[in-house]
Design a protein around this ligand. Structure first.
Ligand code: ATR
Length: 259
């Protein structure tokens, strides 16, 4: 998204989701607006899926310059774009929208963001990750798998509470991703060099993620995309077992006390 600092006008940006009150986007993007001296605002707008079309009309009319999209609207916005990036089309979802003149463009930065954060925390993770274990099979899991496939992780094991969603997601990556039963998690932990929790379990207000990590091999990277709290029970348990914990929020935002 291009925001010019040459204008004194405050440009409005948005995060749309339903619910959206929990979103850290205004804090995160507000950090970058301040860092780059841009006159902009970043607002949470609660938009249920049935009202997305109406919101897009407001965007096109000039009320906002762009923004980002969270659950459950990432798939809904895609067919409403004039131009969707190749990544957004491949993922079947967009998380970033912006106007360029009268053209509404969209991209998906979820895989990029996941990889950039993992690279920053564990620079050699890809070289050491022959097998990855993904917990969850929703939109976040799809983005994570796209990222891992892009980095040539050869074997990805996928488990989910609802097994049919794991089977369906695995079918999109037939040579790399294998759906496995959730009950087998304890054994799969011992086969994995990288474990990623993409479920909401462990998040503040949600039940804890209870998996047996006794087979975890020291040096296994354990990445939890949950970032409230930063130190989830999964990461707290992985640490004394020699796991390399990766918290769900990039360091500058941890320091800024955003979690
Ligand atoms: P997102 O786009 O953030 O991935 P989602 O598509 O709603 O959101 O997916 C949420 C994931 O968390 C799913 O894998 C979901 O499992 P189901 O497919 O069985 O619903 C998982 N999840 C949420 N609550 C859960 C719980 N109490 N136990 C196990 N898995 C849970």
């Amino acid at each position: 998204m291009i925001l010019s600092s040459t204008t004194a006008m405050t440009r409005r940006c948005f995060i749309i989701g339903h619910p959206v009150a929990h979103s850290r986007s205004p804090l995160i993007h507000g950090h970058w607006l301040a860092e780059h001296g841009l006159a902009g605002s970043y607002e949470r707008v609660d938009v249920p899926p049935a009202e997305v079309r109406g919101f897009i009309a407001r965007l096109r009319a000039g009320e906002f310059v762009g923004g980002n999209v969270t659950v459950p609207n990432k798939e809904v916005v895609l067919p409403l774009l004039d131009v969707a990036s190749e990544t957004a089309r491949a993922m079947g979802a967009a998380n970033t929208l912006w106007m360029e003149g009268s053209t509404l463009r969209g991209d998906n930065t979820d895989a990029y963001g996941f990889l950039a954060h993992l690279d920053a925390c564990v620079p050699d993770w890809a070289r050491r990750s022959g097998t990855a274990l993904i917990l969850g099979a929703g939109g976040a899991a799809r983005a994570v798998i796209h990222g891992l496939v892009e980095r040539s992780v050869g074997r990805i094991l996928l488990v989910n509470r609802s097994p049919e969603r794991a089977v369906e997601l695995a079918a999109s990556f037939p040579r790399t991703v294998e759906a496995r039963p959730w009950q087998d998690v304890a054994g799969l932990v011992g086969e994995s060099d990288l474990i990623v929790n993409t479920t909401s379990l462990g998040m503040h207000g949600q039940p804890p993620l209870e998996i047996d990590l006794s087979a975890l091999r020291p040096g296994t990277t354990v990445d939890d995309i949950v970032y409230v709290p930063l130190e989830t029970p999964l990461l707290a348990e992985a640490r004394p077992r020699g796991g390399i914990p990766v918290a769900g929020l990039h360091r500058p935002f941890q320091i800024a006390g955003m979690a």
